[in-house]
Design a protein around this ligand. Structure first.
Ligand code: NAD
Length: 474
């Protein structure tokens, strides 16, 4: 399978997708090694994971270079690579304590002669299927706590951004105890389907359409599916907000990573009192942003990683324009050196029926809609199939929070936007079509990978059948 380079448009890399037999073989070998991995004390697994973090740091440069080519951006690639080792170390530090805190021995139950011990038993084989927008973070974010829990892990990254797989495998090969329980496989939808059929717990990050297929397959296989899907995050800017500051915040939260982030702000509702000053400031801020072309070492906006995404974004903008919205800046996808780019695009007078307001756009596009009352803004924000996250900006945090709790979304940024990309320890669960299952953030990120097993001890003579004789009634 040939892989496109997002900066040149050339197909300059190849992968060999794993077929169903190959996936089954890898799964079998991971399963064979897992009991020994799970039997290690949590601290020992943590030490092994720390040696993986050392190996990632030693291979920083090849990982960075591969990811930079995968995504066409440099700074965020460095952040992803450094984030990987930091995330491994963080889970290595906290997993043993969390496991101890949630296990117990010989606890007296309400029944006077019975005590109980709670054991945490990890699922045997964990599987991850990930998208192309943050290739390393989203391939490993769930696998690391799964490994710390004692699962073996099988990861299938997106076929759009597979260059980092080879250098990441090199880091795993540095740690033999880990190599037997952690594998990455190359491939597309077919490989992903085979993976779901071979694991005991699936974490899927990607689109709603694929998430639905994965959930259906997981239901047939009777395994838990943890889905992290798309979003159409609203930002509400109340009349008490400073329009200049709100514009700076909205712009960053919308266009960082070229808007190719699930938690990007994709719709902005602004109190009519400050609509015009907000728009003026937003356009000014948007026009100060530049592309990282031709020099990858400058600018803030990289190319679209996945070429068809650029076409979809252009369709949303064109349809809004045709329906009467005003494109105040940006608005045209440019092909430069073979890559596809879009400057931040501010759309005024957008309306609820437009695709750019209803569907996930996944580009640096900011449709802005004025509102007269807070009730109207809350209703408009909640009028969505999605419920990933949202943001409220106001003069005070208290005022913003009072509105935030009325929004149907799993994480609400107060006086900022897209904060789930900055914090790792705030548990949140998606609403509506944006996902299903426990939070990947916070303690739940680890604890979801265990089944609780009860060892219920009878400390007296067990009851006999005589006690259940009908004659005992009355
Ligand atoms: P996608 O759904 O097209 O693909 C995701 C992965 O699924 C890829 O690895 C792909 O090969 C695999 N796949 C495709 N068909 C499959 C099938 N039938 N069975 C099993 N696997 C299959 O998503 P994408 O375009 O790569 O990613 C963008 C989407 O991801 C956006 O919707 C974005 O919002 C979402 N996303 C969500 C989060 C989150 O945490 N909620 C984070 C990042 C991205």
């Amino acid at each position: 399978m040939k892989i496109r380079n997002p900066r040149t448009g050339e197909y300059d890399y190849e992968i060999s997708p794993a077929d169903a037999d190959a996936v089954a073989d890898v799964a079998r070998s991971l399963r064979a090694a897992q009991p020994q991995w799970a039997a290690r004390p949590p601290e020992e697994r943590a030490d092994i994971l720390r040696r993986w973090a050392d190996a990632v740091e030693a291979h920083r440069q090849p990982l960075f270079e591969a990811l930079r080519t995968d995504t066409g951006r440099a700074l965020i690639s460095a952040v992803e690579v450094d984030g990987l080792s930091a995330t491994i170390r963080r889970w290595a530090d906290i997993a043993p304590g969390l496991i101890a805190a949630h296990s117990n021995a010989d606890v007296q139950l309400a029944h006077p002669t019975v005590t109980n011990s709670t054991r945490l038993v990890p699922y045997q084989l964990f599987g991850a299927i990930s998208p192309w927008n943050f290739p390393i973070i989203l391939s490993t974010i769930d696998a690391i706590p799964a490994l710390a829990a004692g699962c073996a892990a099988l990861i299938k990254p997106s076929e759009v951004t597979p260059r980092f797989i080879a250098p990441l495998r090199d880091t795993i090969a540095q740690v033999p105890e880990l190599e037997s329980v952690l594998a990455l496989i190359e491939g597309d939808a077919e490989t992903g389907q085979a993976l779901v059929a071979n694991v005991d717990y699936i974490c899927f990050t990607g689109s709603v359409a694929t998430g639905r297929k994965v959930a259906e397959a997981a239901a047939r296989a009777f395994i838990p599916a943890n889905l992290e899907l798309g979003g159409k995050d609203p930002m509400l800017i109340l009349a008490s907000a400073d329009p200049e500051r709100a514009a700076r915040t909205a712009l960053r939260a919308s266009v960082v990573a070229t808007g190719q982030a699930c938690q990007s702000i994709e719709r902005i509702y602004v109190a009519r009192d400050i609509y015009q000053p907000f728009l003026d400031a937003l356009v000014r801020e948007a026009e100060a942003v530049s592309l990282n072309y031709p020099d990858i070492g400058s600018g803030e906006i990289g190319p679209f990683i996945f070429a068809p995404q650029a076409d979809k974004v252009a369709q949303h903008i064109d349809a809004a324009r045709e329906a009467g919205a005003r494109i105040l800046t940006g608005g045209t996808v440019e092909t430069l050196g073979g890559g596809k780019y879009l400057r931040p695009t501010v759309i005024a007078d957008a309306t609820a029926d437009m695709a750019v307001v209803r569907e996930e756009t996944f580009g640096p596009v900011l449709p802005v809609i004025p509102f007269d009352t807070v009730d109207e803004a809350v209703a408009a924000a909640n009028d969505s199939d999605y419920g990933l996250s949202a943001a409220v900006v106001a003069g005070t945090a208290e005022e913003a929070e009072a509105v935030g709790i009325r929004l149907e979304a799993g994480a609400i940024s107060i006086n900022d936007g897209s904060m789930t990309s900055m914090v790792w320890d705030a548990e949140n669960e998606s609403f509506k079509l944006s996902g299903m299952g426990p939070s990947r953030m916070g303690d739940s990120g680890l604890l979801r990978f265990f089944r609780k097993q009860a060892l219920i001890r009878q400390n007296a003579e067990p009851a006999t059948i005589a006690g259940f004789s009908e004659e005992n009634l009355g």
